[in-house]
Design a protein around this ligand. Structure first.
Ligand code: FAD
Ligand code: DHB
Length: 388
């Protein structure tokens, strides 16, 4: 028996779960389909940095209780290069701050909120497929435990990340793709060690980039630039700590409880809408992690989509829906530029290029000596306003 809903949502990442929640608050029905298990999505370690606007969005949506209690608010960050550290006073320069709160914690909060509404969230579904997206009656089909299911929708939200089926369902002739793959990756660890500083440290070093962040007062999250297809077997714990010590100048060692390698790319697919299919978050765009923007961009897309769908279901007005892609892409490209710039300034590219080294140091030195330059960085880092 086919079932009906207003919005079929593919993916229970931050984008899909937040959208489901905002729609619920607007009295709009949705069904969320996720191909992984609940423990998997709740344990997946990814982003950790929330812009002030993302925090405000979660709090306004009633999803902020634990975030406000456990999140670590930061008023600044440190840039380290040529053996020296320099602080950027985010709060002083912009009046805004950022918050460290693990993405999987935000996901846990949103899963709990969704289950409390009693509206459907199906885990471990298989073979999700989109149909009739160019019509007013799109459909989703999938299987679960060997049984076929069909869902009739008014709208489909593709919140299924970079590898999901939604973007692939758009006709290739309407889709324009912009992409840059970087010649390096990040080796990330989670360690039972107190953070070396109460703020984040972004380090440029001749051996490559390093970042010191955290998940709590006793859990450090540390990243090292490495080769794109880096073999973790070549990185025993001692080598990781030694590289971090060299690049950051100081480390607090402890038991490493997670290790992983993340590739780096910039990617945008335009437009973000075709017919009744809307793409959000990583399904439409990827940024290299240096600017900490991926999850924040997903939140920004979802804010626009939730408002557009609320107008549509309330009055039938499609004006905001029709501008969804244009509105989101304006922010997406500014954030792409910022993430690419942070990446270019702080990483070692292939080979030894003394010109590249001197230009990077000059760029960083400009930040140290120019309040205007620091303000430009800080404005982007804490997050652009939503009405850009
Ligand atoms: P996802 O989180 O990828 O969610 C998509 C969901 O769809 C997943 O649950 C997936 O299982 C599901 N799905 C996929 N295919 C299917 C299918 N066929 N059927 C059903 N479901 C499907 N961002 C920041 O803002 N700040 C940071 O500090 C930061 N650091 C990062 C560090 C690392 C190491 C990594 C990897 C990423 C980081 N990011 C950061 C990026 C951030 O994690 C992503 O941008 C964010 O997860 C995007 O959310 P999303 O909901 O769009 O996509
Ligand atoms: C984190 C990740 C980032 O990519 C970043 O720029 C800042 C913080 C994190 O995982 O905490």
């Amino acid at each position: 028996m086919p079932v009906r809903t207003q919005v079929g949502i593919i993916g229970a990442g931050p984008a899909g779960l937040l959208l489901a929640h905002l729609l619920h608050r607007a009295g709009i029905d949705s069904v969320v389909l996720e191909d992984r298990s609940r423990p998997h999505i709740e344990g997946r370690i990814r982003a950790g940095l929330l812009e002030q606007g993302s925090v405000d969005t979660l709090v306004e949506a009633g999803l902020g209780a634990r975030l406000l209690r456990e999140g670590l608010a930061h008023d600044g960050l440190e840039l380290r290069f040529e053996g020296q550290s320099h602080r950027i006073d985010l709060l002083g320069l912009t009046g805004r701050r950022i918050t460290i709160y693990g993405q999987q914690e935000a996901v846990k909060d949103m899963v709990a909120a969704r289950l409390e509404t009693g509206r459907p969230l199906h885990f471990e579904v298989e073979e999700v497929a989109l149909h009739d997206i160019a019509t007013d009656h799109p459909r989703l089909t999938w299987t679960k435990d060997g049984t076929a299911h069909e869902l009739h929708c008014d709208v489909i939200a593709g919140c299924d990340g970079f590898h999901g089926p939604s973007r692939e369902a758009m006709p290739p002739e309407v889709l324009r793709v912009y992409e840059r793959v970087y010649p390096f990756a990040w080796l990330g660890i989670l360690a039972e060690a107190p953070p070396i500083s109460h703020e984040l440290i972004y380090a440029r070093h001749a051996d490559g980039f390093a970042l010191a962040t955290m998940r709590s007062k006793i859990l450090s999250r540390l990243y090292l630039q490495c080769a794109p297809e880096e073999d973790l077997a070549l990185w025993p714990d001692a080598r990781i700590w030694e590289a971090l010590q060299t690049r950051l100048g100081v480390v607090n060692t402890g038991k490493i409880i997670r290790k992983g390698v993340t590739g780096m790319r910039s990617f945008v697919a335009e437009p973000m809408r075709h017919g009744r299919l809307f793409l959000t978050g990583d399904a439409a765009h990827i940024v290299p992690p240096t600017g900490a923007k991926g999850m924040n961009l997903a939140v920004a897309d979802v804010r626009v989509l939730a408002a557009a769908l609320a107008a549509f279901f309330r009055t039938g007005d499609t004006a905001l829906m029709d501008r969804y892609s244009e509105i989101c892409l304006k922010r997406v490209w500014k954030v792409q530029r910022f993430s690419w710039w942070m990446t270019s300034m702080l990483h070692r590219y292939s080979g030894d290029d003394p010109f590249e080294h001197r230009v990077q140091v000059a760029e960083l030195d400009t930040l140290v000596h120019s309040e205007a330059a620091r303000t430009a960085l800080a404005e982007q880092y804490v997050g652009l306003p939503y009405d850009i």
